[in-house]
Design a binder for this molecule. Structure first.
Ligand SMILES: C[S@@+](CC[C@H](N)C(=O)[O-])C[C@H]1O[C@@H](n2cnc3c(N)ncnc32)[C@H](O)[C@@H]1O
Length: 211
């Protein structure tokens, strides 16, 4: 039916999958996503998995399949519009002449939303920032002391981001919370200070909150 759905799958656990995401995948001819994302769905027709290295190639294939008449779901962690695949899919679709009107975004619960919820943060009052896959880390400096809580997807390791802030004269005793692997069985939430976080190891799957 020449349709692409970009489906937000939430932070990782199937508890946070929406009914809409489940139905959309079930009714799609082909679903494209990471192995981890695909595993969340019990009812799925044809599937194509991607990894970090072949992501763009597989997204191009997904758009081609839709051009050739398939209904295609593309899975995106959290919400597709927050450091997700939305921008890349729109670019590829535009390059290939696929009509944007035939692309539908199914929102998902962002890892950032879950981090805010777990820490009782009203996130419309926070500095919400993403440095994922970017090197614009200095954009945090003009807001870090504006009196609001900052919630960020780090660009590098969490400890490197903490060190960057210390190197830029942010108070070493600032309270920091790191939310790691949210919604998974091994979820970890650490409340600490900037100077301690600069000496701690975390995986890449983290949200950093600076109070
Ligand atoms: C490509 S971005 C995707 C963000 C996603 N679109 C969202 O709305 O959550 C991947 C980054 O999101 C964050 N992230 C995704 N899932 C997470 C989780 N379950 N727990 C903590 N951070 C997570 C990490 O910072 C990770 O490096």
């Amino acid at each position: 039916m020449n349709k692409i759905y970009i489906v937000g799958i939430g932070p990782g656990s199937s508890d946070y999958l929406t009914k809409k995401a489940i139905e959309t995948v079930k009714n799609s001819d082909i679903t494209v996503g990471s192995e981890r994302a695909i595993k969340l769905f019990d009812e799925i027709q044809e599937k194509i998995s991607f990894n970090v290295k072949d992501l763009v190639e597989k997204l191009e294939e997904a758009v081609e399949l839709a051009i050739n008449g398939s209904t295609v779901s593309i899975l995106s962690t959290g919400d597709p519009g927050f450091s997700g695949v939305l921008k890349t899919v729109l670019r590829i679709a535009d390059e290939k002449g696929f009509n944007k009107e035939n692309i539908e975004v199914i929102p998902g619960i962002s890892s950032l939303q879950l981090a805010a919820a777990k820490n009782h943060i009203q996130w419309d009052m926070a500095n919400v920032m993403t440095f994922h896959g970017r090197e614009n880390i200095e954009d945090i400096l003009p807001v870090i002391n504006n009196g609001k809580t900052t919630i960020a997807l780090p660009s590098r390791k969490v400890k490197d981001m903490a060190q960057f802030l210390l190197d830029n004269n942010v108070n070493p005793n600032r309270k920091v919370t790191v939310c790691e692997r949210l919604s998974y069985d091994n979820e970890k939430i650490v409340h600490s200070t900037l100077k301690e976080i600069a000496n701690s190891e975390f995986t890449y799957m983290c949200i950093m909150i600076i109070y």
